[in-house]
Structure formats: C-alpha cells, structure tokens
Design a protein around this ligand. Structure first.
Ligand code: ADP
Ligand code: ZN
Length: 296
C-alpha cells in the first residue's frame, strides 16, 4: 500500500496525517500554528517518526493558508507570499520539507486541496469543473476546471471578489484589511461577529444576521457560477455549520439568476448543486493527502 503524508496548514492550527484516503488515515497529529521553522519542523519530525516505524511514504502534500505560490516553474514556488500572518510572509514551506524528507511535495491552497479531495472522495465525485468555498475565519475558494486545479496567473481568490454592498441596509464597513467590504470583508465569521457584537455560533437561527449572510453568499455564488461555470458548488467552513443557511442561499441564487441560466442543475436540482462537503471537516487534511497523490 502506498502511503502519503498530508499537512493541512491553517492560520491557527496544523494537522499532519499519513494515509491513502478517507478510510485509511493511519496516524494524525495536530498542533497550534507558530513560527514557520517550528510548525514545519514539527511536521518533518512527525513524518520522520512515521518512517522510522517502517512506513514508506511516496510523497507529501501541503494544503496551506495563502496567498502562496503554487507554480512549480516560479523561483518562489512553495512559498507563502504576502500574508499578514506574522513571520509567514515570504516563508519557504516546500523547501525545508523536500530537503529533510527527499520526497515529492505537492503544494497548494487549503481550498484547492479540499476541492481535489472532494472530487476524489467527496461531494464532487464524477465532476470535472466545480468549486469548493470555505466560509470561516476568512473566505477562500478552490476550483477544478476540466479536471485540473485552476491556476493560471495565481490561484483563485474568490474570497476577495467584490459584491454589491447596500450601505443603507448594512452600514458595516467590512473587515478585509485590503478591501474593506469585499466578500470576505462582509461575510466571513469575524465580520458577522464584528457586525452583530457576538460570535456567529451564538446567533439564533431567526437572527437577521442569517438572511444578510445568505444574501452575500448568494451574490458571490452567482458571480462564481457565471464566471467559472462549476457543475457543483461545495460550501464548507465554520459558518456553514449553520445548516439553515443552505436553503436560504439556494433560494437567493435562483432569485438572483432570475431564469437566465436554463439548466436542470439550477431549475430542478438546486439542492444537489449547492451542497456541504462530502468529507465534512476532514476535507482539509484529506485534501492535503490528495495533493500528495497528485504530486507524483
Ligand atoms: P478556520 O477558518 O480558522 O479554519 P473555521 O472554518 O471553523 O476555522 O471558521 C471559524 C469561524 O467560523 C469563526 O469566525 C467562527 O465564529 C465561525 N464559526 C465556527 N463555528 C460556527 C458555527 N457553528 N456557526 C456559525 N459560525 C461558526
Ligand atoms: Zn478582500
């Protein structure tokens, strides 16, 4: 059995695992994100330990917070790029791992990893063009286009797309340090908390926060749908634990499209079009394992 290492590198925590898929995760550790040297060092120690126990690793995959450079031909491939996270701007992530372990290393955003994993084992099996969006501390989107992770100029940055903001209806200025009221600025978990003065998970289902949240998410999904033509959109992250958001978002998407897109996925099967992750909160770490498998 070929085994792969996966690192889900989040802004607050790291999860490192060894396995070959959802039914075969053999070992896993998690720890708080600190400096690059310490956080990457602990991952290296974990994989060395796994090898010392006799396992053969074929490759390692990193699904990381961004922005990052996923282009293997770029001189800064494998680096986190412009993050405001202290110590991590322009940090080399792949280099130290490759040097220490001598293995191929796959490297992409957490959401591109999750998209790849969802395509392989989760809610997007059998599809070749789809989007995975997380709505949590930040908002990020990953996309497969015709079977490949979408890169091009960089990686997708669906969290920072601009959506209409009615200042009369919602005077909240947004929390994005770059744009203020971009999608993430208006709709991430910390935006909900700052706007309403309490953590999103403590707001009751009938709170007006949710209709507004569903509207912002639907506006972003319509833009995503019209530009990338995904065959399905998967919504994960802490905020989407609020399952009652799904029907609200679906209704808004249909209403905003206003009959323009005449396809069965929208007209008839919207419940199967905008869905939660099939891998649940395992999408991140399994995505990292999927990136390892794809790196070979
Ligand atoms: P991260 O994005 O840091 O990986 P999460 O996806 O869990 O982590 O997102 C954390 C954000 O989601 C926080 O802003 C938190 O308030 C919000 N959140 C977490 N759980 C819930 C929940 N059950 N309902 C609504 N919001 C939640
Ligand atoms: Zn932004």
């Amino acid at each position: 059995m070929d085994l792969f290492g996966g690192i889900e590198a989040g802004g607050t925590k790291f999860v490192c695992a060894v396995g070959s898929g959802p039914d075969d995760v053999r070992q896993e550790i998690r720890y708080s994100t600190t400096t690059p040297a310490e956080s990457i060092g602990r991952a290296i120690a974990f994989f060395r330990d796994v090898r010392a126990q006799g396992a053969t690793l074929r490759a390692v995959g990193i699904a990381a917070f961004g922005p990052l450079d996923p282009n293997p031909t770029s001189p800064t491939f494998g680096y986190i790029t412009t993050t405001p996270k202290p110590g991590w701007a322009h940090a080399d992530f792949v280099g130290p791992l490759r040097a220490a372990l001598g293995l191929p290393v796959g490297f992409d955003t957490d959401v591109n990893g999750a998209a790849l994993g969802e395509g392989k084992w989760g809610a997007a099996q059998g599809l070749d063009t789809f989007v995975y969006l997380t709505i949590g501390t930040g908002i990020g989107g990953g996309a497969l286009a015709e079977g490949r992770l979408l890169h091009g100029l960089m990686h997708t940055e669906l969290g920072h797309i601009r959506i209409p903001h009615d200042w009369g209806d919602d005077p909240f200025p947004g929390v994005c340090p770059y744009h203020g009221d971009c999608f993430e600025g208006l709709a991430c978990g910390p935006a909900i908390e700052a706007r309403w003065g309490q953590r999103a998970e403590t707001l009751p289902p009938d709170h007006p926060a949710w209709a507004l949240e569903a509207r912002y998410i639907a506006l972003a999904l319509v833009n995503t749908l019209l530009s990338l033509c995904p065959q399905r959109i998967i919504l994960g992250g802490g905020v989407m634990e609020q399952a009652h958001l799904f029907p609200l978002i679906r209704q808004e998407v249909v209403a905003l499209l206003n009959g323009y897109v005449q396809v069965p996925a929208i007209l008839r099967d919207i419940e199967c079009y905008i869905v939660p992750p099939g891998l649940g909160n395992r999408a991140g770490v399994l995505g990292a394992i999927a990136l390892a498998q794809a790196s070979q």
